[in-house]
Design a protein around this ligand. Sequence first.
Ligand SMILES: [Zn+2]
Ligand SMILES: [Zn+2]
Length: 409
Amino acid sequence: MKKILLILCFATIGVFGVYAQKTEKKIPDTHSTCNEQRYRRTEIILPQVNGYNCYKADLHVHTIYSDGDVTPRQRVHEAWYDGLDIIAITDHLESRKYEKFMLKAHAPYNPDGKAYKYHHAGSVRLMKDGTDAGIRCDFNATFAEAENYLKTTGFPLLLIKGSEISRNPFEMGHFNALFLKDVNAIYNIDAKETLRNVHKQGGLVIHNHPGYRRNTTDKSEWQAEVYAEKLFDGVEIVNGTKFYPKMIRRCVEENLFMIGATDTHRPTSGQFKDFGFFRTMTIIFAKENTEETIKEALLQRRTIAYSGGELMGEEKWLTDFIKAAVVCKDMGVSKKKGSTYHKYALINKSSISYSLRWGKAVSCKLDPFESVVVEMLEKDGVKRGPSFTVENMWHIDYQHPQVTFPISK
Ligand SMILES: [Zn+2]
Ligand SMILES: [Zn+2]
């Protein structure tokens, strides 16, 4: 009997032992939360316009190598994930705000408590008395860092070498130099000479934020001379969220291309997307995304600016753009209380919203990748075509373009 009890006892222990082994939880060393932690690019879908692709560009941004808060590699990273195809990093040519902090941080540590010593590489800020401090650091380094990072990522982004020439904002202003070969070689204490140096390298010059610390109505004497000498190729009609409507007339009259750019100094996250918009950008109409084709498109003034859901530029490009983005179908006629209405379906095949108006009290917002049916009242027996005022588009003299959509079968 004792023997049997003993066997039963061991058997029970054995069974529980196996059970305990089976239910023991394996605890991993690391548990990764959020399996889908990959970065997501915002895809901005825009139409083909007159046989050209729409490339999205930000041609004015800063990094820690002047007075921006992020590195060149971060500018490349965010440009790609913000949905851009082209970026120009344009650090200030005359000042490097963070230089002294960087040098201080990289100074040797003295454990004996002595004050750190660092060699000042030489700020290139123009002296107040007009003395020329000259170039003492490599302004091509920013581009090189961004380019190296771009190669490691493989992003099909076009990176343009640039710089912002930043002079007295009241008399002269700030100017972006793009498509440079050697940023160091453009510097001259005489601002006009600097602009000429940009052209000598085959670069283009943009008159930046023309409303910064002065109004855009009149040119200063210095600016009048520079415009007359044709040292500007384009104008930044939108800087961040500031649109300068009067500059459109100047661009049209003087054959200058128009751009919209962020001029961002901080990370773009939290600035634009968080308010429901894409970052401020220039839409460039070109066949391919290469330095030559983009430069040619700018010189031919095939651009429109985008900022905060609004589009600005030449009337022709605005109307051609929306006609390519929106498909219009005839939906027949309806009769209500003795009135005749012509119905049209509007299908938005782009990532941009359009605010359409066709009467004092009748308007509609056509959101991305949605369609709406609008009813247009017949007047005096005449059929109303699908004609609208596009209220989130602006062309010369602060006017909205009028568009009549072709009927698609
Ligand atoms: Zn500036
Ligand atoms: Zn700037």
